[in-house]
Every structure is written in structure tokens, then in C-alpha cells.
Ligand binder design. Structure first.
Ligand code: HEM
Length: 216
């Protein structure tokens, strides 16, 4: 769960940073999208680096969902099929959970639905709110002029933000980084900070496009 999550985390940081090319205008963004496809040429075939990245992401996604199902079964079994999730005798509230940890399952489902819609929208050009286009920049800008497209991305990105906030903390804990009260505090701060940067970084361009500041 931790390793596959961290692989997707890395992808999201690169994806969010890449999306910021939209501020540099149509030519710059379309050149960036083109470069994703010609990376490694002429030593490697067209699109090959992109396909390797897609396969790694897909493997990460399958491993992540598979681990989630296994972990969920294991925790259900450990509670003897009853009792509250995150119940703990060591915590003053009796449960050891945050809003982010409690929403992981539903949040994960929302993100999965979003990714399907997102790929149909911006990668495959099948769903084209605001108008289809061969230009990745134009596809990006066309959709976010529409309030419900923006709203659906905002909802999905809030789910992504919560998922990332808990995920980074939990993943690094699994990998052994959470070994003292000080590192626990540090991990929490890093997890909140990185999740905020990614969520705000993703949402800033669509909001500015909607307001007519970008792409007008
Ligand atoms: C406001 C938020 C987002 C925007 C504006 C956005 C924009 C885009 C664009 C323009 C592309 C197409 C790139 C191209 O083919 O040239 C793309 C592809 C993609 N996005 Fe996003 N994205 C956002 C959030 C996300 C999130 C949160 C995820 C994952 C949870 C995600 C996963 C993907 C994937 C998997 C691809 C396909 C890459 C490929 O195989 O070519 N995106 N996105």
C-alpha cells in the first residue's frame, strides 16, 4: 500500500507541476504535452517513455486497490467482525482517527470515478465539455469555463487532498519513518503541507481559467 501510494504521489507532484505550464500560454503547454510523447527519441521509439510511465502507474493503482481490499479484510477480521474502525484504548476519545483517515475508502472511490472521467475528458478527448480540440491546451481551457466541470474537479481534488494528507503520513509510517513523538509531529506537518501544495497547485489553473484570468 505504502510503496504503490508513494509511486502515485510522485506522479501527482510531476503532473501538478507540469500543469502549471498552462500559465505560459498555448504554445508552451502544447510543446510540453508534445515532449511527453517524444521523450527519449531518437534512441527510444515514439511514446515509449510515456507508455512505461502509464504501465508503472497502472501497476501501482492495481497494487494499491488490491492492498486496500486485503487490509480492509484484515482489519475487519482483527475486530472480530464488530466494533468501530480506529477504536483505541490509548486515545482519550476512544478512537484514533482523523477526518482524512476516516474518508479514505469513499475518497478512494471518488478519486477512481474522477480518474475515469478525467481520462475521457483530457487524455482521450471523448467527453468534451466546452468543445473538443486537438490542442491539449485548448481542451484544458475549454472545459473549465463551465461551472459543473470546475465543481466536479474541486470535489475530486478535495478527496485527493485528504487522501494525500493521510497517505503520506501513513505510507512513511509503514516504511519506518515514524519512530518518535518528534518525527510524528514532523511527518504530520510534512503530510499536511505537501497535500496542500498539490491540491492548491492543481486547482489554481482551473479556477483562474473559470474567472477568465487565464486562457481568455
Ligand atoms: C485540476 C486538476 C487536473 C488537471 C487540470 C489535469 C490535467 C490533465 C491533462 C491536461 C492531461 C492530458 C495530458 C496530455 O495528454 O497531454 C492529464 C492527464 C492525466 N491526468 Fe490529470 N489533471 C488534473 C488532476 C489529476 C489528478 C488528481 C489525477 C490522479 C488522481 C490525474 C491523473 C491523470 C492521468 C493518469 C493522466 C493520463 C496521463 C497519460 O496517460 O497520458 N490528473 N491531466
Amino acid at each position: 500500500m505504502a510503496v504503490s501510494g508513494l509511486i502515485m504521489y510522485g506522479y501527482l507532484i510531476l503532473h501538478m507541476a507540469g500543469n502549471l505550464w498552462v500559465f505560459a500560454g498555448q504554445q508552451a503547454f502544447d510543446t510540453y504535452a508534445h515532449h511527453l510523447r517524444v521523450l527519449g527519441e531518437p534512441m527510444l521509439p515514439h511514446n515509449s517513455v510515456l507508455w512505461v510511465a502509464r504501465l508503472v502507474l497502472l501497476a501501482g493503482l492495481i497494487a494499491h486497490v488490491w492492498s486496500a481490499v486485503l487490509l480492509s479484510k484484515r482489519s475487519h477480521h482483527a475486530r472480530g467482525g464488530a466494533g468501530k474502525r480506529y477504536e483505541s484504548g490509548q486515545h482519550k476519545r476512544g478512537v484514533q482517527r482523523s477526518y482524512a483517515s476516516f474518508t479514505l475508502r469513499w475518497g478512494g472511490a471518488v478519486i477512481a470515478l474522477f480518474v475515469i472521467y478525467h481520462l475521457l475528458h483530457l487524455t482521450f478527448n471523448v467527453v468534451a465539455p466546452g468543445g473538443a480540440s486537438d490542442s491539449p491546451y485548448q481542451r484544458y481551457v475549454n472545459g473549465f469555463g463551465i461551472w459543473w466541470v470546475l465543481l466536479s474537479y474541486v470535489i475530486a481534488l478535495i478527496a485527493v487532498g485528504f487522501h494525500l494528507r493521510h497517505g503520506l503520513w501513513s505510507g512513511l509510517t509503514t516504511l519506518g519513518a515514524n519512530f518518535s513523538p518528534a518525527t510524528r509531529r514532523g511527518l504530520n506537518l510534512v503530510a499536511i503541507g505537501v497535500a496542500l501544495v498539490i491540491t492548491v497547485g492543481f486547482l489554481t489553473p482551473p479556477v483562474l481559467i473559470f474567472l477568465g484570468v487565464v486562457g481568455a
